[in-house]
Design a protein around this ligand. Structure first.
Ligand SMILES: Cc1ncc(COP(=O)(O)O)c(C=O)c1O
Length: 390
């Protein structure tokens, strides 16, 4: 018997981030003491008040199917949050709850991209954005976010990438893997370019609550941009709820209605009792989110300062998320070689920067959602290698 993949799955392989995590987990199971800087998930438990709310929901018997777009209570709470924090005006009917922001990204691309359409994504960017369009048969083009440009969009480059086939542009702010935020004037420049086009903007804001200075501006809040923008967010990162698989998107109603159709055929609906807990997560904050954010800030300040004291490594100060994009070009190693070297010699694990696009070569992504103890161990390792390299 010969089992053939569908054409749409040809050339689509497992994410190298997942593959690295699997390898690290195997090493840990074999008893190897690893310091992991690989994972994009907070090293904190979900706050107790949210877990309690989930338990109460199950106890109250809220275990039946939910509505496909998510419960009205949660969509109402999300609408309030978007207004309060992001200057975005959405009716609950313009919001849909998803199985993680990952599903929102899938719906955002698969609902609108045809074979032959072009999508323009950041380079570097979280790698689902270069892969999902392939499943849709779309062509991926990239705009570069370069260190020398303070990781902002080069608007001239963006203009040169747009053609009559461009259907969608993806924004990540704050960005995974570089931790950068797109500044307001940069976004306004993009809005000016897009204002007379039919291009959809998929704006991933999953790290929006994890910023360390200026808040990130929502692209959909700029004048005239709401009608073309799909704003994505979720509970994984700032609420430390990665395993709960709770995300959402907001967009004009006629877009949400179509995306909900695809959502139904994927999952029918989300999980009922986690949605009840998410309402409480948004409405009854008890200070634990700010505690986690400020702990990340402390670690960021420490690790970036230590990296920049070395001769061979450097990093711009990230403004959001929990990643440092460490420049390793002076070691003479590629990102992949450096990652392997650090794993083999120091038992420290990173994600090679080129996983996120060609602009990531010469960098590694270091997640500081890892304990202070691990970060101190990393500093010893980096200083040791720095001295060896001379
Ligand atoms: C930029 C970005 N978008 C989306 C996601 C997916 O998040 P979720 O856990 O909500 O599916 C991630 C997770 O790492 C991410 O980094």
């Amino acid at each position: 018997m010969k089992i053939e993949r569908a054409d749409r799955m040809k050339g689509v392989e497992m994410s190298r981030i997942r593959a690295t995590l699997t390898k690290c987990n195997e090493m840990k199971r074999a008893g190897i003491d690893l310091a992991m800087f690989t994972v994009g998930q907070p090293d904190f438990d979900t706050p107790q008040y949210i877990k309690d709310a989930c338990e109460a929901s199950i106890e109250a018997g809220h275990t039946a199917y939910a509505e496909t777009p998510g419960s009205l209570e949660l969509r109402t709470a999300i609408a309030k949050k978007l207004k309060r924090d992001n200057n975005l005006d959405y009716d609950p009917s313009e919001i849909s709850v998803t199985t993680g922001a990952a599903q929102a990204a899938f719906l955002g691309m698969m609902t609108w991209l045809n074979p032959g359409d072009e999508i323009i994504i950041p380079n570097p960017s979280y790698n689902i954005y270069s892969t999902i369009p392939l499943i849709a048969g779309a062509t991926v083009k990239t705009y570069e976010l370069l260190e020398e440009n303070n990781f902002q969009i080069d608007l001239e480059q963006m203009k040169s990438l747009i053609t009559d086939k461009t259907k969608m542009i993806v924004l990540l702010t704050p960005n995974n893997p570089i931790g950068s935020i797109l500044e307001k004037d940069n976004l306004e420049g993009l809005a000016e370019i897009l204002k007379d086009t039919d291009i959809i903007v998929l704006c991933d804001e999953v790290y929006e609550r994890l910023t360390y200075g200026e808040p990130a501006v929502s692209f959909g809040s700029l004048p005239g941009m709401k009608e073309r923008t799909i704003t994505m967010n979720g509970f994984s990162k700032a609420f430390s709820m990665t395993g709960w698989r709770l995300g959402y998107f907001a967009a004009p109603k006629e877009m949400v209605d179509v995306m909900n159709v695809l959502s139904f055929y994927m999952t029918a609906c989300g999980v009922t009792f986690t949605q009840d807990a998410a309402v409480v997560a948004l409405e009854e904050e008890d200070g634990s989110l700010e505690k986690m954010r400020s702990e990340f800030e402390k670690r960021r300040n420490y690790i970036v300062a230590e990296i920049n004291k070395t001769k061979h490594f450097s990093a711009l100060m990230p403004k959001g998320a929990f990643y440092v994009f460490m420049n390793i070009k002076k070691t003479g190693m590629t990102s992949g070689e450096f990652t392997d070297y650090m794993l083999d010699n120091y038992r420290c694990s990173f994600i090679p920067g080129d996983v996120f696009g060609s602009a990531g070569e010469g960098f590694v992504r270091l997640s500081y959602a890892s304990s202070m103890e691990n970060l101190e161990r990393l500093v010893v390792a980096l200083n040791d290698l720095d001295a060896k390299l001379g």
